[in-house]
Design a protein around this ligand. Structure first.
Ligand code: PGA
Length: 251
């Protein structure tokens, strides 16, 4: 049985005070979390410290939305892996489509971050997904395959246990459009097959694949009930405690 992994990505929202209030409202729902059902929130960097102090002793996991590709040094504006670990982060989201498409991060850069995080035994959520043009031209699988191949270049079988893949069709993020559960499941199944060819079917079987893109309380259950969807990466709806709690407790 694969684990279930529900994650909230707060993006560029919430001051420290607001973050503290939001996480306090979410904590009771995370009591349902355990080794099999993981719940993570990824506040902005500036709120990580305070959120970490509030979630100590709970089952909520602390995620970061990105990190720099180097250990330390003259990298103005970057946040290092050591800094993330220092404030209690245990998972980092890498290759989010907003990083790829708005901030021009390419697969090579993302791969450096992937390897750095895994070297430090940090869990990662590696995001992949196609644009609307790519989907309409029938290139979805090819795009996802390339992103996986390049993003995971040099990642060992042993390290794969720290990897979650998030399939996030770019056209579904923040738009209110969701892939149908069947479409999403088909791509998840393709991802699992491809990773089975890169690694092994046993490892691919264990791999948690999240769906992301306009996940809301009303569609979380039908997505999660698909056989290859093991979790969700939630943007907008993770900013509203009531909605995120409903998603955590999806049926
Ligand atoms: P959304 O964002 O739920 O607001 O569409 C998802 C994401 O970007 O991870």
């Amino acid at each position: 049985m694969r684990n279930i992994f529900i994650a909230g990505n707060w993006k560029m929202h919430k001051t420290s005070k607001e973050a503290e209030a939001l996480v306090k409202a979410i904590i009771p729902a995370s009591h349902n979390a355990d080794g099999k059902k993981k719940v993570m929130i990824a506040p902005p960097f500036t709120a990580l410290y305070v959120v970490n102090t509030v979630i100590k002793g709970t089952n909520l996991m602390l995620g970061a939305q990105n990190m720099g590709p180097e250990e330390k040094g003259a990298h103005t504006g970057e946040i290092s892996i050591g800094m993330l670990m220092d404030v209690g982060v245990s998972v980092v989201i890498l290759g989010h489509s907003e990083r790829r498409h708005v901030y021009q991060e390419n697969d090579e850069l993302i791969n450096r971050k992937v390897k750095l995080a895994l070297k430090h035994k940090m869990e990662i959520i590696l995001c992949v997904g196609e644009t609307l043009d790519e989907r309409e031209s029938g290139a979805t699988n090819k795009v996802v395959e390339e992103q996986l191949k390049r993003g995971l270049n040099g990642v060992s079988e042993e390290q794969l246990s720290k990897v979650t893949i998030a399939y996030e069709p770019v056209w579904a993020i923040g738009t209110g459009k969701t892939a149908t559960p069947q479409d999403a499941d088909d791509t998840h199944s393709f991802i699992r097959d491809f990773l089975s060819s890169l690694y092994s079917s046993a490892l691919a079987d264990e791999l948690v694949i999240q769906y992301g893109g306009s996940v809301k309380p009303h569609n979380a259950g039908e997505l999660m009930n698909m056989s290859n969807i093991d979790g969700v990466l939630v943007g907008g709806a993770s900013l509203i405690a009531e909605d995120f709690i409903k998603i955590i407790n999806y049926e």
